[in-house]
Design a protein around this ligand. Structure first.
Ligand SMILES: Cc1cc2nc3c(=O)[nH]c(=O)nc-3n(C[C@H](O)[C@H](O)[C@H](O)COP(=O)(O)OP(=O)(O)OC[C@H]3O[C@@H](n4cnc5c(N)ncnc54)[C@H](O)[C@@H]3O)c2cc1C
Length: 275
């Protein structure tokens, strides 16, 4: 590495860190077209992702990790796995094994924690991430009148980690399922019926690697296990998933008009906003 390079260290190679690395690679090449032609992205910018687990995308199937790591390396991204960050220093990132990776820009993408105000809120049981411990019914463990859903709920998922158990992951699909479940349970409770347990159904994950590729896995009863998807098919799935999300939020009319407007303006507008 050359001393005059800009080193960007992304800590955490989950979906967020991996997507950011691919997107940064594309963006740094695109800025040249908008006047920053003295920047040579190949030579001047070095992006690294640093992951404590032994592979990128550790929460997803190993085949997806291997395909993603190969693609990131192809893009020139430095991938460090089994590398635990111990300290962020002014000049870089110190790893637990004593090595220091130079970095002028450090991005934390290694997980989120609920706000500190959640810690032991109202005497409820919380974990290290300040999530509220919930029963399978999504009622908090210490107060059956309080439900918790989404990222702030620590809900057991017995099938996680190949049957070893764990928590329902902090994902939009889990938040969505839990919201529907709780709405149904409130109706049952008002009708004097017993509450039903929530079971997380993993429909799979899609990780976009910018314009280069999209990888994903589909899970569930329909296909009986996990199926890896890649390339154009995965990209189309990623795009349609995003549209479904927009439809749920904004409705058909707004999304149709917005999609049409984007199709027209994408030819004239830069992908990157430079002001
Ligand atoms: C960068 C990034 C990328 C992601 N990509 C994906 C993905 O591709 N697929 C996927 O499934 N999941 C993804 N996730 C996770 C997904 O966004 C979350 O799991 C999901 O949004 C959880 O929904 P939620 O309603 O529990 O919380 P949120 O969506 O975070 O909603 C919580 C809301 O509460 C508000 N709030 C917080 N504190 C207070 C307060 N004190 N008072 C009032 N309001 C407050 C917040 O502003 C926010 O609007 C991603 C997350 C991040 C950070």
């Amino acid at each position: 590495m050359r001393p005059e390079q800009l080193h960007v260290a992304i800590i955490g190679a989950g979906a967020t860190g991996v997507e950011l690395a691919a997107e940064l690679h594309r963006t740094t090449r695109e800025v040249i077209a908008y006047g920053l032609d003295r920047v040579d992205a190949e030579k001047d910018i070095q992006v690294s992702v640093i992951e404590a687990a032994d592979r990128v995308l550790p929460a997803l199937p190993p085949r997806m990790s291997a395909a993603t790591e190969a693609l990131l390396r192809e893009l020139g991204v430095d991938v460090h796995t089994s590398a635990k960050v111990a300290e962020v220093l002014p000049e870089g990132v110190r790893l637990a094994d004593g090595r220091t990776l130079p970095a002028e820009l450090v991005v934390w993408a290694a997980g989120v924690k609920a706000a500190d105000l959640m810690k032991d809120i109202a005497g409820l049981e919380t974990n290290r991430s300040n999530q509220l411990a919930v029963l399978p019914t999504l009622q908090t463990t210490r107060d059956a009148d309080i439900f918790a859903i989404g990222d702030c709920a620590a809900c057991e998922w017995p099938e996680a980690n190949g049957g070893k158990g764990g928590l329902v992951p902090p994902r939009a699909q889990a938040a969505h399922q839990q919201a529907s479940h709780v709405a149904a349970q409130i109706r049952r409770r008002l009708a004097g019926k017993p509450l039903k347990d929530y079971r997380y159904r993993d429909f799979g994950s899609l990780v976009s690697l910018g314009e280069f590729s999209t990888v994903g896995n589909m899970m569930g009863g329909l296909i009986g296990g996990s199926l890896m998807v890649e390339g154009l098919f995965a990209r189309l799935m990623y795009m349609s998933l995003y549209k479904m999300h927009e439809l749920a939020l904004h409705g058909v009319v707004k999304v149709s008009l917005d999609t049409l407007a984007r199709l027209i303006t994408r030819r004239t507008e830069p992908h990157v906003k430079l002001h």
